[in-house]
Design a protein around this ligand. Structure first.
Ligand code: AAL
Length: 419
């Protein structure tokens, strides 16, 4: 090619690169209407490509079985002493239906005072809402009206883990027996010599959901070795039967401010262990108290509160490699879902439609901090379709947003910046 032709060709390329790309031919436009379920055979942007390459399954949230919004209902039947902060219930387990009744276990704190600072706390004054706590349980005919039945796991005797407090239970039904996992404190949460909320996990067994419960008197899921991501905290033990084994998902905390939290997985053949932590831990990069449930051949997770992928519903076809399947809002905090097939392990998980959650720090400003249990409903089920649960654009009164206003310091900084 002569120099002259090279110069002309170069100008054409240069001008071409400065011009907007040519409009696609009609055949290449992204199709309208039936919201293609299968990836169109044409160039796609990253945003459209991940619709088909990720776990979304479809561009349309209304047909995404793992998308739902959440509706809330106050529970009847549980007293909180007019919210004086001495009685708190939180961190509900998965719900089980046994002999025609729903069962749930939860952290119950009944102390002479509401939680105080770690400096003021002692053997009778709690340092946190879940300090000096026990595991209690309640039953219900309909999931709305609940009747508290009594203590399931009292604090253990010294020196066993759990003598300071037992909290945040997880329920497992395995080979005809019931197992309760729980955070087993030997140190005051947030107290001296801790990183803030250090504890391992203990476990107790019963032949009946009404007890009596016998503790294993051993730590069943140990903190990781020094320098590892879960060296201080093994929280929120959540057990499912999967692939013929016991899968316990749990939360670890990795320092940082606010703390970086992630979810790990420990697997065992027996409820008391030994548990082997998965080599790919952490398996979820966000979340706090995370509810999981069988879905098709895999495991789905409600990932709320913390982290890059908070307020997402995630799915792992193998129970280990989770991908974001949907994003939602107004997530339930510390969800304990009713998971009818939690212990069936049949490779055909059907999903969930409701559960209990909690609202925390109620009365905090008045020095009466406590938590209450509540009910959430959703449509994350393959056997149910409620279009009202499939709307992503929820409307809330502006006063809700105005409650989350600027602090005085932020407002001043903004005004100073604009002056
Ligand atoms: C909960 C859970 C664990 C934490 C505290 C009580 O929501 O994450 O149990 O330790 O908060």
């Amino acid at each position: 090619m002569s120099l002259a032709r090279l110069i002309v060709f170069g100008w054409i390329l240069l001008l071409g690169s400065c011009q907007a790309p040519a409009e696609p031919a009609a055949a290449e436009w992204f199709p309208y209407g039936n919201l293609p379920r299968n990836k169109p055979d044409q160039p796609l942007s990253a945003a459209l490509d991940r619709v088909y390459e990720g776990s979304y399954g479809s561009l349309e949230v209304a047909t995404n079985e793992l998308f739902s919004n959440f509706k809330y209902t106050p529970l009847e039947g549980l007293d909180y002493r007019n919210g004086d902060g001495t009685l708190s219930r939180r961190d509900a387990t998965k719900i089980m239906r046994i002999n025609g009744k729903y069962y749930v276990w939860y952290t119950r704190r009944n102390t002479s005072t509401p939680p105080r600072s770690s400096e003021e706390a002692n053997d009778t004054i709690p340092s946190r809402d879940w300090d000096l706590a026990e595991i209690w349980y309640a039953t219900s005919e309909d999931g709305f009206v609940w009747e508290e039945q009594g203590v399931a796991i009292p604090r253990l005797e010294k020196p066993y883990a759990g003598w300071r407090s037992v909290s945040t239970p997880g329920i497992l039904f395995w080979k005809g027996k019931y197992y309760l996992y729980y955070q087993a404190y030997t140190k005051m949460p947030g107290g001296p010599g801790t990183k803030g909320d250090d504890c391992p996990v203990g476990c107790s067994v019963a032949d009946s959901p009404d007890g009596p419960w016998t503790p294993s008197n051993q730590v069943v899921i140990k903190n990781g070795p020094a320098g590892t991501w879960d060296q201080y905290v093994i929280h929120d033990p959540y057990a499912l039967a999967y692939k013929g084994k016991i899968y316990v998902y749990y939360k670890g905390e990795m320092g940082g401010s606010p703390k970086v939290r992630a979810q790990g997985l420990a697997i065992a053949d027996h409820p008391f262990g030994p548990f082997k932590k998965h080599p790919l831990n952490p398996v979820i990069n966000s979340g706090h108290e995370t509810a999981l449930f069988h879905f098709k051949e895999g495991i789905a997770a409600l990932v709320s509160r913390d982290g890059l992928e908070h307020n997402t519903i995630q799915y792992a076809p193998d129970g280990v490699n989770f991908e974001v399947a949907a994003i939602s809002s107004l997530f339930p905090i510390a969800p304990g879902a009713y998971v009818p097939d939690a212990f069936e392990d049949n490779g055909n998980g059907r999903g969930i439609t409701w559960g209990l959650c909690h609202f925390r720090n109620i009365g905090l400003a008045e020095g009466k901090s406590h938590s209450i249990l509540a009910r959430f409903d959703c449509d994350l089920s393959l056997d149910w379709h409620d279009p009202a649960m499939k709307e992503s654009d929820i409307f809330n009164h502006p006063n809700i947003n105005f409650q989350f206003g600027l602090s005085e310091e932020q407002r001043k900084r903004i005004e100073d910046r604009s002056n």
